[in-house]
Structure formats: C-alpha cells, structure tokens
Design a protein around this ligand. Structure first.
Ligand code: MLT
Length: 394
C-alpha cells in the first residue's frame, strides 16, 4: 500500500502484554492438553455479578423491550441517574462532586488511553513499572515519556523529590497495578502539592480503590486539598463490581481544570461526543445498582472474597521468606522471582512446573525485571491449589 501509517506503532511492543501471555498459555495448553492450568495472570474477576446488579440489568432489558420505555442513543457522558450515583458514592469519601464533572465510560482502560486526545506536547511522567496502557497510548501518539522508577528503595512509591520543570502530565495508580503499593495521605499530598506548584496535571487511576483496607490511604485523590485544581480521576467498576465483561467506568474532570483558556471538562465532553456513543442503557442501570449503598455492600462481599485469596498467597510467600509487596489494600501480589530468574524465565518456570500463570514484572516496565505479579481474582479453590503447587516449587 502507498499510505503512510502511524510510525509510532514501531516504538511499542509488538503485542499487548496480556495478549502475549494469553498466546503463550494457549500454546502451552496445546502442547500439554492434560495440564490443568491455573490462571493468576490477567486481573480478570471470577465472582459473578451481584444479585442487585443482575436484577437491575433484567429490569432494564425488559424496559428496552417495550415501546414506551425503549431507549436509543444514550447521552455520551452518561445518564443523569448513574452520574448522580457516582456523585453520591463519592460522598462516602467526603468528596463533593458536581454531576457535570462525571463522565460515564466503558471502563478505565479506554479513558486512560483516550485522555491523550485532549493534551498537547508535555513532559509526561509515568512510574515504572506500571499498567502498560499509560506508556503505550502516549507512545502511539508520538509523545516522549519520562519513566520515574518505582523500586524497592522507594517502596514502589516514587515521590516528586528531585523532579524539576513545570507543566508535567503525571500518571499515578494507587493502589498500584502491578506492585500493589498504595500512597498514604502524606505521600499522595506530595504529588498534589507538586502538581499545583508546577501547573501540572495528575491522571489518577483509582481502579483498585475498593480494595483499600487501611484508613490512611485515600480512595479518591479529591480527598486531598488542592487536587481539584490539578487532577483527573479515572475509575472502573471492573474490579470493584466484577464488570470486566460488563464494561462501565467513570472519569472525573473537575470544573477548576483549565489550560490555555479551555476547560478540560468541556474538551473531554467534546472529545467523547465526537468519538464515543455512550454506555448501553442496561449497563448503566447495572452500574447505578452497583453504586447504591446496598449494591456496593454486595460488591464488597466479592472484594472480601478476593482478599482472602490474597492472604493465602501472601502467607505462602511470608512463610518462604520471599520478598513481596501488595496483597494488602490491593488484589495484586508483587514478588521477587526466586533463584535469580528473570521475569519471563520465572513465568516459564511456573507454567511448566506448576501449571500456574502469572504476569512477568518486566512486562510492566524495565524496573519490573526480576519481579512477578500474581492476582487474587481466582476462585478460592483454584487459588488454594495454586498455593499448594507453588509451595512445592518455590
Ligand atoms: C491487569 O491484569 O493488569 C488488568 O486486568 C488489566 C486491565 O484492567 O485492563
């Protein structure tokens, strides 16, 4: 063909981390059809949707089947009923939002990838290791990224100390994917103060907030003074309410955010109106049900279930003296590979000897080399069996 392509695609890994893992696991399964593989790789949930969520979906489906209650295109920023449900959910954290600051999406991944559309050329700071979408989406659109090491020395929670310049775009995920490390109020305030002082924007990924157990860890960045002037928050119901296959999340763009004479909320609204047609009505009703206090309490039963898995895995590692973070305030356990193996060697070792799948730390960035991520999103039975098998080989 004679067309010009987006050459930036030559600068990202040929396949997306989780697609690569799925591919390797499926090749292994084909060669070893008898192997009973336990998947603790991608953070995909296993608990079914809750009773209230399913009830809301059924009711909404019935409405869609009747002329008098049928709905066509949904507003691209979400129906008021679900925007309002998000607003009331945030009051639980002492955060006051306006309905117009809430944008309903089909999940955090899309918004984290798409947010670059409203940003120009900036210094972009992204922790390493981290969820690959931040780096990939910036590189795809030709942006240069500065990686900020998140390593054992800083407890996998880098601070802005030593960072100079202004007008940065800073990505923060807390509780973190993949390390499970979570900023407490003081740690996150350092970033908020830095962003306010330097006219920077924080893109805060709060997809794992439902897993927070400690009181001193903010569920939302807006719990901190100054955050409304410097942060966009992107959240998801995938992990909290089991929506990985249902797809619904939300992005908060406070009215205060403004640059170069334009409000970021108006820009995001305009972007979404052009490129996004909204989340299906049935799904938005499901999200509304998940966000009511009763609905959320049901979802938290599942979160509790997963955290029991996290404890099973962490106890094994503690018992074996293997260094790890996470497993607390987070569904992810981030461990050091044993026997000096690299992340991918360890991946192969676990797959071949225990038929257990995890995620190689190097897939999240260079600093993740020598580390490995296990998720607690399996069933109790599968997790217990994985722990038993790992006990024999670690
Ligand atoms: C993960 O395993 O890191 C997540 O499930 C990926 C995602 O949420 O897209």
């Amino acid at each position: 063909m004679k067309i010009k392509i987006n050459e930036n695609f030559k600068n990202i890994a040929q396949s997306y981390l989780f697609s690569e893992i799925a591919h390797r696991v499926s090749a292994f399964q084909t060669e070893n059809p008898q192997a009973k593989i336990i998947r603790l790789g991608i953070g995909d949930v296993t608990r079914p949707l809750t009773r209230r969520v399913v009830g809301a979906m059924k009711k909404a489906s019935d409405e869609m089947g009747r002329a008098e209650t049928f709905r066509g295109y949904a507003p691209e920023h979400g129906y008021d009923f679900v925007r309002d449900a998000v607003v009331s959910h945030y009051t639980e954290f002492g955060v006051k939002l306006d309905r117009n600051e809430v944008f309903i999406s089909d999940g955090a991944k899309s918004d984290l990838g798409n947010i670059v559309d409203i940003l120009g050329t900036n210094s972009i700071l992204i922790p390493d290791p981290v969820y690959p979408v931040y780096v990939d989406s910036n590189v795809m659109s030709g942006r240069n990224v500065t990686l900020v090491p998140a390593c054992e020395e800083n407890g996998f929670l880098p601070s802005p100390d030593g960072i100079t310049g202004e007008g940065h775009v800073i990505y923060i995920c807390s509780p973190n994917n993949p390390t499970g490390a979570a900023y407490d109020r003081a740690g996150l305030s350092e970033w908020v103060d830095f962003a306010v002082r330097t006219g920077s924007l924080i893109i805060f990924d709060s997809a794992y907030e439902a897993f927070i157990e400690d009181g001193d860890i903010p569920h939302s960045i807006y719990e901190l003074d100054g955050a409304r002037e410097c942060a966009i928050e992107i959240c998801s119901l995938s992990k909290a309410a089991g929506f990985t296959g249902t797809r619904c999340g939300f992005t908060i763009v406070p009215a205060e955010l403004e640059a170069s004479g334009l409000k970021l909320s108006a820009m995001w609204e305009r972007r979404q109106a052009t490129k996004f047609n909204g989340v299906p009505y049935v799904i938005q009703r499901a999200a509304e049900a998940a966000l009511t206090p009763e609905g959320y309490a049901e979802c938290m039963e599942n979160v509790k279930y997963y955290m029991e898995n996290a404890k099973m895995i962490s106890s094994l590692l503690t018992g074996k003296g293997i260094f790890y973070t996470g497993g607390k305030n987070s569904p992810y356990i981030w461990l050091r590979c044993t026997r000096g193996m690299s992340s991918w060697e360890f991946f192969d070792y676990l797959l071949n000897t225990a038929n257990v799948v995890g995620t190689p730390g190097a897939g999240f960035g260079a600093q993740g080399e020598g580390f490995f991520r296990l998720t607690s999103f399996g069933t109790h039975e599968a997790t217990a069996e994985a722990v038993e098998r790992l006990d024999k080989i670690l």
